[in-house]
Design a protein. Sequence first.
Length: 231
Amino acid sequence: MSDTNADFLQTTRSSYNAIAKDYTAAHPSGLAHPLDHSLITAFAELVTANGPAPVADLGSGPGYVTALLHELGVPAFGVDVSPAMVDLARAAHPQLRFHVGSMTSLDLPDATLGGILALYSTIHIPDDHLPTAFAEFRRTLVPGAPVLLAFQTGSEPGHLHLAERFGHEIDLDYYWRTPERITALLTRAGLKPVATTVREPEGEATRPRAFVLARRPGPADGDADSDGPVA
């Protein structure tokens, strides 16, 4: 089932269109912490070891993570729900490919991605739409390909709604979830959790950051030609 016209996608798109320039100016990199950078580097190594297929950076925003993957020798492209964000990413990184899309309905063929990166982008997806996104992850990944997610977390799941940011009127929901909840949903979608890391808040951050690494089962799991998401 396609979520292309879901209300939360429309409000997320319009909100990021409104704040795109200010958000990009406020977050020129977003990878200042050495742990974040090292986890992406490890993810890139896993992609390279599994094969040459390209990586999708889902929720690519200004494009700096897509650019880092490119620097690490990984063929990568960005996907973002906001056309304004995509325009800014294309302007900043004209050598790379970015297009408008949603992780809940990826316009990509089956088993064509060598990896999926979703850093702080699943945070805007309501709970009842996450299984759709994770099913899309599995559908589009080649066997053995890794997935790396990053999201705000805490001891209990929670939700925040913002009506204003950077002086702009928005309509944006943020969800934080436990790593256990995310790994359970990934497993249900037919993806195999590999590792979980939690980084405590520093500086202006108020919530811990969780990183979950998983992969689509492949030859090492005796599942090279597995047939689809788990119901």
